[in-house]
Write a protein that binds this ligand. Structure first.
Ligand code: MN
Length: 241
C-alpha cells in the first residue's frame, strides 16, 4: 500500500496520559493500514537519551516496534524536544531516523520534510541555542552526564523555555516566509510538510511563478491529527478517544 501518514508534536509524557492513549489507539488501529509513517518531531515532550527507560518511552517504543513488524516503514525525524533521540531507539523499534531536512517521494512528488523550528528564523534566541545544542560535541557532552542530571536539566530547560516563549510575540514564534521560500528553492521542491509551530494550516503560494504548498501538521492534545496521503491526494483524519 502506498499511503503515507504524517504526525508530529504529540509531546508525549507522563503528565499527558490522554494523549498517550490517543497515540496507542492510532498505532493499534490506523498506522498498520499505511505503507509509511512519518513522525516529524516532538513526539516526546522531552528525550534525554536512549537510556531513559520511562514507562511512556517504553510504551511508545513498543507500539512503533509492532507497527514496523507489521511491514509499515516508520521514519522518525527528531524535533527540538527530542533531538537527543538516536541509534539505540531506532534499533529497538525498527524505525529509521530521518535527517532534518529531508526530501522524500510522497506519491510521486518530491516533498521537503522538516520538523519546523529551523524555519522560525525570526526567533534568534532559538536559532542560537539550536546551532549549539545540535552540534555533535554538545550532544556527546550532554549524553555523557548521568541520567538523573540530564532529567533535571530537561526540567529546567522546559521551565525556562515556557517562560521565554510567553515573552515572544506571535510572529516570532512562526516560520519566516522568506526562509521557507529559500529552503524550498534550494531543495527544488514545491511541497513542504512540517510541524513545530502548532498552527495547523495549508498555505498556498508561489515560488518563481510556480504553485507551492506548505502543510503544517497539528499538535496532539485532546484529539490527534493525521495527514494522510495517497494517489488520490491528501486528507486529514482525527484520532479520538
Ligand atoms: Mn518543536
Amino acid at each position: 500500500m502506498a499511503e503515507s501518514l504524517f504526525i508530529s508534536d504529540l509531546h508525549l509524557c507522563e503528565e499527558r496520559p490522554a494523549t498517550v492513549a490517543l497515540f496507542e489507539t492510532f498505532m493499534r488501529q490506523r498506522a498498520p493500514r499505511a505503507g509509511t509513517l512519518y513522525m516529524l518531531g516532538d513526539i516526546f515532550e522531552a528525550w534525554v537519551g536512549d537510556d531513559d527507560r520511562s514507562a511512556v518511552n517504553l510504551t511508545v517504543e513498543q507500539h512503533i516496534a509492532e507497527v514496523a513488524t507489521k511491514g509499515v516503514q516508520v521514519f522518525f525525524m527528531v524535533g527540538n524536544r527530542d533531538f537527543l533521540l538516536g541509534g539505540a531507539f531506532a534499533e529497538r523499534t525498527g524505525c529509521e531516523i530521518l535527517t532534518d531536512p529531508s526530501v522524500v517521494d510522497v506519491c510521486g512528488t518530491d516533498t521537503l520534510l522538516v520538523h519546523g523550528d529551523s524555519l522560525c528564523t525570526d526567533d534568534r534566541a532559538h536559532q542560537t541555542y539550536r546551532a549549539q545544542a545540535y552540534s555533535s560535541e554538545w550532544k556527546r557532552a550532554m549524553l555523557a552526564k548521568p541520567l538523573e542530571e540530564r532529567l533535571a536539566i530537561a526540567r529546567q530547560y522546559r521551565q525556562a523555555s515556557m517562560a521565554g516563549n510567553q515573552l515572544k510575540s506571535d510572529s516570532i514564534m512562526d516560520v519566516n516566509q522568506d526562509t521557507v521560500v529559500q529552503v524550498m528553492r534550494e531543495r527544488k521542491v514545491h511541497r513542504l510538510i512540517h510541524g513545530h509551530t502548532h498552527r495547523p494550516a495549508v498555505h498556498d503560494f508561489e515560488i518563481d511563478g510556480q504553485p507551492a504548498q506548505r502543510i503544517v501538521l497539528a499538535q496532539w492534545e485532546n484529539q490527534g491529527s493525521v495527514l494522510c496521503w495517497d494517489h488520490d491526494g491528501y486528507h486529514l483524519e482525527t484520532v479520538r478517544a
